[in-house]
Design a protein around this ligand. Sequence first.
Ligand code: URA
Length: 164
Amino acid sequence: NKTVFGGGNPEAKIMFVGEAPGADEDRIGQPFVGRSGHLLDKMLQAVGLDRTKVYITNVLPWRPPGNRTPTDGEIAVCLPFLKRQIDLINPEVIMVLGGSAANALLENMEPISRLRGKWLEYKKSDGGIVNVLASFHPAYLLRNSAQKAKAWSDFMRLCQKIMQ
Ligand code: URA
């Protein structure tokens, strides 16, 4: 129903990139406003952040029917818009949420279990490097609460980087 563009502070140093809008986001037109978004807000709050201090977007601005994982073709069509958003927001760090977003932005096929928790690099169109940290998608954490401790350490690492 709606194009879900990014939300939050366009001057932010920290940018979050999710996969695609879900049903709630598609209805409201804002990223991460459903159950996953609620958990994301709580995680942000736990490290002293909120949506006035970060920018949040998705690889796809449209909801894939039935919440299925975006196809390679859909990602290829939408990636230039995400890349342009990164150029315009010019964040100091990016956190990618979930394997699908991590693989899309980093253009690799590594499983999220191997990518998460490590500093990786994204090259902007001007050649500048942005540090990227991958973490689990909040929807995954809602189903696997035992993994929340790892996500917590990822958020701590993110904050340490921004305070350097
Ligand atoms: N999941 C996402 O990846 N993005 C949203 O905006 C909401 C849920």
